[in-house]
Design a protein around this ligand. Structure first.
Ligand SMILES: [Zn+2]
Length: 403
Protein backbone atom coordinates (compact mmCIF):
# COMPACT_ATOMS: atom_id res chain seq x y z
CA UNK A 1 0.00 0.00 0.00
CA UNK A 2 1.10 3.55 -0.72
CA UNK A 3 -0.41 6.99 -0.17
CA UNK A 4 -0.21 10.25 -2.07
CA UNK A 5 -1.53 13.51 -0.65
CA UNK A 6 -3.57 15.78 -2.94
CA UNK A 7 -4.60 19.40 -2.34
CA UNK A 8 -7.95 21.13 -2.75
CA UNK A 9 -8.38 22.95 -6.08
CA UNK A 10 -9.96 26.01 -4.46
CA UNK A 11 -7.66 29.03 -4.41
CA UNK A 12 -6.24 29.63 -0.95
CA UNK A 13 -7.75 26.43 0.56
CA UNK A 14 -5.39 24.19 2.51
CA UNK A 15 -7.66 21.10 2.46
CA UNK A 16 -5.99 17.77 1.63
CA UNK A 17 -6.81 14.10 1.18
CA UNK A 18 -4.64 10.96 1.13
CA UNK A 19 -5.16 8.80 -1.96
CA UNK A 20 -4.35 5.11 -1.51
CA UNK A 21 -2.90 2.81 -4.14
CA UNK A 22 -1.51 -0.71 -4.37
CA UNK A 23 1.98 0.72 -4.75
CA UNK A 24 3.68 4.09 -5.16
CA UNK A 25 3.09 4.28 -8.92
CA UNK A 26 -0.59 3.34 -8.53
CA UNK A 27 -1.20 5.87 -5.71
CA UNK A 28 0.47 8.65 -7.70
CA UNK A 29 -1.59 7.76 -10.78
CA UNK A 30 -4.91 7.82 -8.87
CA UNK A 31 -3.97 11.12 -7.21
CA UNK A 32 -3.10 12.66 -10.60
CA UNK A 33 -6.48 11.63 -12.04
CA UNK A 34 -8.41 13.21 -9.15
CA UNK A 35 -6.40 16.44 -9.37
CA UNK A 36 -7.08 16.57 -13.13
CA UNK A 37 -10.79 16.36 -12.37
CA UNK A 38 -10.53 19.32 -9.99
CA UNK A 39 -10.95 17.56 -6.62
CA UNK A 40 -12.17 19.94 -3.93
CA UNK A 41 -12.30 19.29 -0.18
CA UNK A 42 -15.47 18.60 1.75
CA UNK A 43 -15.51 21.99 3.45
CA UNK A 44 -15.39 23.70 0.07
CA UNK A 45 -18.15 21.41 -1.24
CA UNK A 46 -20.30 22.21 1.77
CA UNK A 47 -19.75 25.92 1.33
CA UNK A 48 -20.64 25.56 -2.34
CA UNK A 49 -23.79 23.57 -1.52
CA UNK A 50 -24.84 26.23 0.98
CA UNK A 51 -24.22 28.97 -1.60
CA UNK A 52 -26.22 27.05 -4.21
CA UNK A 53 -29.09 26.67 -1.73
CA UNK A 54 -29.08 30.43 -1.05
CA UNK A 55 -28.97 31.14 -4.80
CA UNK A 56 -31.96 28.80 -5.30
CA UNK A 57 -33.89 30.73 -2.65
CA UNK A 58 -33.95 27.83 -0.17
CA UNK A 59 -34.12 28.68 3.53
CA UNK A 60 -31.13 28.13 5.84
CA UNK A 61 -31.11 24.68 7.43
CA UNK A 62 -31.25 24.07 11.17
CA UNK A 63 -29.25 21.48 13.09
CA UNK A 64 -25.66 20.91 14.17
CA UNK A 65 -22.96 22.37 11.91
CA UNK A 66 -22.08 18.91 10.62
CA UNK A 67 -25.73 18.02 9.96
CA UNK A 68 -26.35 21.30 8.14
CA UNK A 69 -23.22 20.89 6.03
CA UNK A 70 -24.25 17.36 5.02
CA UNK A 71 -27.96 18.12 4.56
CA UNK A 72 -27.31 21.05 2.19
CA UNK A 73 -25.82 18.74 -0.42
CA UNK A 74 -28.58 16.16 0.01
CA UNK A 75 -31.28 18.82 -0.24
CA UNK A 76 -29.86 20.34 -3.45
CA UNK A 77 -29.63 16.94 -5.13
CA UNK A 78 -33.10 15.84 -3.93
CA UNK A 79 -34.86 19.01 -5.02
CA UNK A 80 -33.28 19.12 -8.47
CA UNK A 81 -34.07 15.42 -8.97
CA UNK A 82 -37.73 15.85 -7.96
CA UNK A 83 -38.03 18.93 -10.17
CA UNK A 84 -36.73 16.91 -13.09
CA UNK A 85 -39.10 13.99 -12.43
CA UNK A 86 -42.14 16.26 -12.00
CA UNK A 87 -41.32 17.79 -15.37
CA UNK A 88 -40.94 14.41 -17.07
CA UNK A 89 -43.98 12.69 -15.47
CA UNK A 90 -46.78 14.40 -17.46
CA UNK A 91 -45.22 13.30 -20.76
CA UNK A 92 -45.64 9.60 -19.97
CA UNK A 93 -48.28 8.36 -22.40
CA UNK A 94 -48.79 4.71 -21.50
CA UNK A 95 -49.02 4.96 -17.72
CA UNK A 96 -51.64 2.18 -17.57
CA UNK A 97 -49.25 -0.08 -19.47
CA UNK A 98 -46.62 0.46 -16.78
CA UNK A 99 -44.97 3.37 -18.59
CA UNK A 100 -42.82 0.98 -20.60
CA UNK A 101 -39.77 2.70 -22.04
CA UNK A 102 -39.86 5.61 -19.61
CA UNK A 103 -37.61 6.24 -16.63
CA UNK A 104 -38.92 4.09 -13.77
CA UNK A 105 -38.62 6.95 -11.24
CA UNK A 106 -40.62 9.24 -13.54
CA UNK A 107 -43.30 6.54 -13.88
CA UNK A 108 -43.54 6.29 -10.08
CA UNK A 109 -43.86 10.06 -9.88
CA UNK A 110 -46.63 10.04 -12.53
CA UNK A 111 -48.49 7.37 -10.54
CA UNK A 112 -48.21 9.49 -7.40
CA UNK A 113 -49.63 12.50 -9.26
CA UNK A 114 -52.52 10.43 -10.57
CA UNK A 115 -53.28 9.05 -7.11
CA UNK A 116 -52.88 12.21 -5.01
CA UNK A 117 -53.64 14.86 -7.64
CA UNK A 118 -51.30 17.52 -9.07
CA UNK A 119 -52.27 20.23 -6.52
CA UNK A 120 -51.48 17.93 -3.55
CA UNK A 121 -48.14 16.93 -5.08
CA UNK A 122 -47.24 20.56 -5.82
CA UNK A 123 -48.15 21.54 -2.26
CA UNK A 124 -46.03 18.69 -0.88
CA UNK A 125 -43.05 19.72 -2.99
CA UNK A 126 -43.42 23.34 -1.80
CA UNK A 127 -43.55 22.10 1.79
CA UNK A 128 -40.39 20.04 1.20
CA UNK A 129 -38.55 23.05 -0.15
CA UNK A 130 -39.59 25.01 2.94
CA UNK A 131 -38.33 22.25 5.28
CA UNK A 132 -35.44 23.62 7.36
CA UNK A 133 -34.78 20.64 9.64
CA UNK A 134 -31.45 19.14 8.53
CA UNK A 135 -32.56 15.78 9.94
CA UNK A 136 -35.51 15.66 7.52
CA UNK A 137 -33.12 15.60 4.57
CA UNK A 138 -30.62 13.26 6.16
CA UNK A 139 -33.30 10.76 7.21
CA UNK A 140 -34.89 10.73 3.76
CA UNK A 141 -31.67 10.39 1.77
CA UNK A 142 -32.04 6.62 1.13
CA UNK A 143 -35.67 6.82 -0.02
CA UNK A 144 -36.73 7.13 -3.65
CA UNK A 145 -37.96 10.58 -4.65
CA UNK A 146 -41.60 9.58 -5.06
CA UNK A 147 -41.50 7.89 -1.64
CA UNK A 148 -40.22 11.06 0.05
CA UNK A 149 -42.80 13.17 -1.74
CA UNK A 150 -45.66 10.73 -1.02
CA UNK A 151 -44.79 10.83 2.70
CA UNK A 152 -45.15 14.61 2.67
CA UNK A 153 -48.44 14.37 0.71
CA UNK A 154 -49.79 12.04 3.43
CA UNK A 155 -48.51 14.18 6.25
CA UNK A 156 -50.09 17.35 4.81
CA UNK A 157 -53.43 15.52 4.38
CA UNK A 158 -53.26 14.39 8.01
CA UNK A 159 -52.45 17.92 9.14
CA UNK A 160 -55.39 19.29 7.10
CA UNK A 161 -57.64 16.75 8.73
CA UNK A 162 -56.36 17.53 12.22
CA UNK A 163 -56.92 21.25 11.65
CA UNK A 164 -60.46 20.92 10.21
CA UNK A 165 -63.58 21.03 12.44
CA UNK A 166 -64.65 17.54 11.25
CA UNK A 167 -61.19 16.16 11.95
CA UNK A 168 -61.16 17.67 15.42
CA UNK A 169 -64.63 16.30 16.18
CA UNK A 170 -63.62 12.85 14.96
CA UNK A 171 -60.39 12.84 16.96
CA UNK A 172 -62.20 13.98 20.10
CA UNK A 173 -64.93 11.36 19.67
CA UNK A 174 -62.34 8.66 19.14
CA UNK A 175 -60.41 9.74 22.20
CA UNK A 176 -63.55 9.86 24.34
CA UNK A 177 -64.67 6.44 23.12
CA UNK A 178 -61.23 5.04 23.81
CA UNK A 179 -61.13 6.54 27.29
CA UNK A 180 -64.58 5.15 28.01
CA UNK A 181 -63.58 1.73 26.70
CA UNK A 182 -60.35 1.57 28.67
CA UNK A 183 -60.12 -0.38 31.92
CA UNK A 184 -57.10 0.11 34.13
CA UNK A 185 -55.67 -2.16 36.83
CA UNK A 186 -54.60 -0.55 40.10
CA UNK A 187 -50.94 -0.85 39.20
CA UNK A 188 -50.44 -1.23 35.45
CA UNK A 189 -47.24 -2.96 34.38
CA UNK A 190 -47.30 -0.86 31.18
CA UNK A 191 -49.32 1.97 29.60
CA UNK A 192 -49.74 0.02 26.37
CA UNK A 193 -53.41 -0.85 25.83
CA UNK A 194 -54.56 -4.39 25.04
CA UNK A 195 -57.51 -4.35 22.60
CA UNK A 196 -60.12 -7.09 22.62
CA UNK A 197 -62.74 -7.73 19.96
CA UNK A 198 -65.21 -10.34 18.76
CA UNK A 199 -66.05 -10.33 15.06
CA UNK A 200 -67.26 -12.96 12.60
CA UNK A 201 -67.10 -15.70 15.20
CA UNK A 202 -63.49 -15.01 16.19
CA UNK A 203 -62.08 -13.41 19.33
CA UNK A 204 -59.00 -11.25 18.74
CA UNK A 205 -56.55 -9.82 21.27
CA UNK A 206 -53.94 -7.27 20.21
CA UNK A 207 -51.05 -5.71 22.09
CA UNK A 208 -48.45 -3.40 20.52
CA UNK A 209 -45.66 -4.46 22.78
CA UNK A 210 -43.72 -7.64 23.36
CA UNK A 211 -45.09 -8.76 26.73
CA UNK A 212 -44.87 -12.11 28.51
CA UNK A 213 -47.72 -11.05 30.81
CA UNK A 214 -50.02 -10.49 27.82
CA UNK A 215 -48.89 -13.48 25.75
CA UNK A 216 -49.00 -15.83 28.72
CA UNK A 217 -52.51 -14.74 29.71
CA UNK A 218 -54.16 -15.04 26.29
CA UNK A 219 -52.34 -18.28 25.55
CA UNK A 220 -53.61 -19.84 28.78
CA UNK A 221 -57.12 -18.80 27.69
CA UNK A 222 -56.86 -20.73 24.43
CA UNK A 223 -55.80 -17.93 22.06
CA UNK A 224 -53.24 -18.69 19.37
CA UNK A 225 -50.97 -16.30 17.48
CA UNK A 226 -52.33 -15.55 14.00
CA UNK A 227 -49.51 -14.01 11.98
CA UNK A 228 -51.83 -12.92 9.14
CA UNK A 229 -54.20 -11.10 11.50
CA UNK A 230 -51.26 -9.76 13.58
CA UNK A 231 -53.27 -10.76 16.65
CA UNK A 232 -53.92 -13.57 19.10
CA UNK A 233 -57.16 -15.18 18.02
CA UNK A 234 -59.59 -17.82 19.23
CA UNK A 235 -62.56 -19.19 17.28
CA UNK A 236 -65.86 -19.14 19.15
CA UNK A 237 -67.42 -22.54 19.85
CA UNK A 238 -71.09 -22.13 20.84
CA UNK A 239 -71.21 -25.68 22.25
CA UNK A 240 -68.58 -25.23 24.92
CA UNK A 241 -67.80 -21.52 25.34
CA UNK A 242 -71.04 -20.03 26.64
CA UNK A 243 -71.89 -16.44 25.64
CA UNK A 244 -69.33 -14.46 23.61
CA UNK A 245 -69.83 -11.42 25.84
CA UNK A 246 -68.83 -13.53 28.85
CA UNK A 247 -65.70 -14.73 27.10
CA UNK A 248 -64.70 -11.14 26.25
CA UNK A 249 -65.34 -10.08 29.84
CA UNK A 250 -63.35 -12.99 31.23
CA UNK A 251 -60.37 -12.34 28.94
CA UNK A 252 -60.46 -8.65 29.94
CA UNK A 253 -60.62 -9.55 33.60
CA UNK A 254 -57.68 -11.95 33.36
CA UNK A 255 -55.59 -9.34 31.52
CA UNK A 256 -56.43 -6.74 34.17
CA UNK A 257 -55.43 -9.25 36.84
CA UNK A 258 -52.08 -9.58 35.02
CA UNK A 259 -51.61 -5.81 35.38
CA UNK A 260 -52.50 -4.82 31.81
CA UNK A 261 -54.59 -1.88 30.60
CA UNK A 262 -57.48 -3.19 28.46
CA UNK A 263 -59.76 -1.56 25.88
CA UNK A 264 -63.13 -3.23 25.47
CA UNK A 265 -65.66 -1.41 23.31
CA UNK A 266 -68.68 -3.53 24.19
CA UNK A 267 -70.32 -1.86 27.23
CA UNK A 268 -71.94 -5.06 28.51
CA UNK A 269 -68.66 -6.99 28.36
CA UNK A 270 -66.93 -4.09 30.07
CA UNK A 271 -69.44 -4.02 32.91
CA UNK A 272 -69.15 -7.77 33.36
CA UNK A 273 -65.36 -7.62 33.36
CA UNK A 274 -65.38 -4.99 36.10
CA UNK A 275 -68.04 -6.69 38.25
CA UNK A 276 -66.68 -10.13 37.44
CA UNK A 277 -70.30 -11.10 36.80
CA UNK A 278 -69.62 -13.29 33.75
CA UNK A 279 -70.09 -17.05 33.81
CA UNK A 280 -66.55 -18.40 33.97
CA UNK A 281 -65.75 -20.58 30.99
CA UNK A 282 -66.14 -24.28 31.63
CA UNK A 283 -62.95 -25.78 30.29
CA UNK A 284 -63.41 -29.49 30.91
CA UNK A 285 -65.37 -31.06 28.08
CA UNK A 286 -66.09 -34.42 26.59
CA UNK A 287 -67.09 -34.22 22.94
CA UNK A 288 -67.32 -36.66 20.06
CA UNK A 289 -65.15 -36.79 16.95
CA UNK A 290 -67.52 -36.53 13.99
CA UNK A 291 -65.23 -37.32 11.07
CA UNK A 292 -61.96 -38.90 10.04
CA UNK A 293 -60.11 -41.92 11.34
CA UNK A 294 -61.16 -41.24 14.95
CA UNK A 295 -64.85 -40.77 14.15
CA UNK A 296 -67.12 -41.83 17.01
CA UNK A 297 -64.49 -41.58 19.73
CA UNK A 298 -64.85 -39.43 22.82
CA UNK A 299 -62.47 -36.48 22.97
CA UNK A 300 -61.42 -34.96 26.28
CA UNK A 301 -60.28 -31.34 26.57
CA UNK A 302 -59.33 -29.28 29.62
CA UNK A 303 -57.68 -25.99 30.51
CA UNK A 304 -54.08 -25.50 29.44
CA UNK A 305 -53.01 -24.75 32.97
CA UNK A 306 -54.60 -27.96 34.30
CA UNK A 307 -52.80 -31.28 34.41
CA UNK A 308 -55.29 -34.07 33.85
CA UNK A 309 -53.27 -36.09 31.39
CA UNK A 310 -52.28 -38.69 33.96
CA UNK A 311 -55.85 -39.50 34.99
CA UNK A 312 -56.94 -39.42 31.36
CA UNK A 313 -54.35 -42.08 30.49
CA UNK A 314 -55.89 -44.30 33.16
CA UNK A 315 -59.09 -44.62 31.10
CA UNK A 316 -59.49 -47.86 29.19
CA UNK A 317 -58.34 -47.42 25.57
CA UNK A 318 -57.12 -43.84 26.18
CA UNK A 319 -54.82 -42.64 23.42
CA UNK A 320 -53.17 -39.38 22.39
CA UNK A 321 -53.52 -39.01 18.61
CA UNK A 322 -53.32 -35.94 16.37
CA UNK A 323 -52.90 -33.72 19.45
CA UNK A 324 -56.20 -35.05 20.79
CA UNK A 325 -56.94 -37.05 23.94
CA UNK A 326 -59.23 -39.84 22.75
CA UNK A 327 -61.16 -42.65 24.39
CA UNK A 328 -63.16 -45.29 22.47
CA UNK A 329 -66.94 -45.01 22.71
CA UNK A 330 -67.05 -48.49 24.24
CA UNK A 331 -65.38 -47.04 27.36
CA UNK A 332 -68.61 -45.11 27.91
CA UNK A 333 -69.09 -46.14 31.54
CA UNK A 334 -65.55 -45.18 32.60
CA UNK A 335 -65.85 -41.91 30.69
CA UNK A 336 -69.09 -41.02 32.48
CA UNK A 337 -67.60 -41.87 35.88
CA UNK A 338 -64.51 -39.87 34.99
CA UNK A 339 -66.70 -36.91 33.95
CA UNK A 340 -68.48 -36.95 37.27
CA UNK A 341 -65.30 -37.35 39.31
CA UNK A 342 -63.44 -34.53 37.56
CA UNK A 343 -66.29 -32.11 36.73
CA UNK A 344 -66.21 -32.67 32.97
CA UNK A 345 -69.31 -31.78 30.94
CA UNK A 346 -70.59 -33.60 27.88
CA UNK A 347 -71.46 -31.82 24.66
CA UNK A 348 -74.87 -32.78 23.19
CA UNK A 349 -73.01 -34.97 20.71
CA UNK A 350 -71.20 -36.79 23.51
CA UNK A 351 -74.50 -37.24 25.41
CA UNK A 352 -76.04 -38.77 22.29
CA UNK A 353 -73.06 -41.07 21.78
CA UNK A 354 -73.19 -42.23 25.41
CA UNK A 355 -76.88 -43.02 25.02
CA UNK A 356 -76.31 -44.77 21.72
CA UNK A 357 -73.57 -47.00 23.14
CA UNK A 358 -75.84 -47.98 26.00
CA UNK A 359 -78.69 -48.78 23.64
CA UNK A 360 -76.48 -50.81 21.34
CA UNK A 361 -75.06 -52.69 24.29
CA UNK A 362 -78.58 -53.48 25.51
CA UNK A 363 -79.44 -54.76 22.06
CA UNK A 364 -76.32 -56.88 22.25
CA UNK A 365 -74.71 -55.32 19.20
CA UNK A 366 -71.62 -54.07 20.94
CA UNK A 367 -69.29 -56.86 21.99
CA UNK A 368 -67.02 -55.81 24.80
CA UNK A 369 -64.12 -57.57 23.15
CA UNK A 370 -60.66 -57.13 24.55
CA UNK A 371 -57.74 -57.59 22.21
CA UNK A 372 -55.34 -60.33 23.27
CA UNK A 373 -52.21 -58.93 24.88
CA UNK A 374 -49.34 -58.34 22.44
CA UNK A 375 -46.83 -61.17 22.45
CA UNK A 376 -43.66 -60.34 24.34
CA UNK A 377 -40.68 -60.03 22.05
CA UNK A 378 -38.84 -63.35 22.08
CA UNK A 379 -35.08 -63.64 21.88
CA UNK A 380 -34.27 -65.27 18.53
CA UNK A 381 -34.32 -69.04 18.73
CA UNK A 382 -36.02 -69.28 22.07
CA UNK A 383 -39.12 -71.34 22.54
CA UNK A 384 -42.43 -69.52 22.47
CA UNK A 385 -44.49 -69.65 25.64
CA UNK A 386 -47.00 -72.42 25.85
CA UNK A 387 -50.45 -71.30 24.76
CA UNK A 388 -52.94 -70.69 27.50
CA UNK A 389 -56.00 -72.84 26.90
CA UNK A 390 -59.03 -71.92 28.99
CA UNK A 391 -60.33 -74.91 30.87
CA UNK A 392 -63.91 -73.72 30.86
CA UNK A 393 -65.44 -72.27 27.69
CA UNK A 394 -68.99 -70.91 27.81
CA UNK A 395 -71.10 -68.73 25.57
CA UNK A 396 -72.59 -65.53 26.92
CA UNK A 397 -76.28 -65.98 27.64
CA UNK A 398 -77.25 -63.17 25.18
CA UNK A 399 -75.55 -64.98 22.33
CA UNK A 400 -77.31 -68.28 22.85
CA UNK A 401 -80.30 -68.87 20.64
CA UNK A 402 -83.33 -69.76 22.70
CA UNK A 403 -85.69 -71.55 20.34
ZN1 LIG B 1 -11.11 23.31 -0.06
Amino acid sequence: MARTTIHCATDGCTGTMDVQGNNRRDADYRAKKLVERGWTCRDCDNREAAAAAVAAGLPALEGSDKQVAWANGIRNATISRIEHLLKEAPSIRNLDGGGFGYNADAVEMALLIRKAGQPAVDAAFAAMKAETDARFWIDGRMDAMHVQLAAVVDRLAEEERALSPEGKAEAAAEQEAMEEATLRPAEPVSETIAELSFRDGVFAARYDERSDAFNGTVKAMGYRWDAAAMAWTRPFDPLTMGAPVDRLAETAHELLAAGLVVALHDPEARAKAVARSYDPEHRRWISVITEGANKGKFRLTWGRDEDLYGVFRGLRGAAYRGKMCLVPATSRDEVLDFAEAHAFRLTPGAEAMAAEVLERRERGVVVEATARPKAEAQPRGSRPNAMHVPSDVTLHDDLVDHD
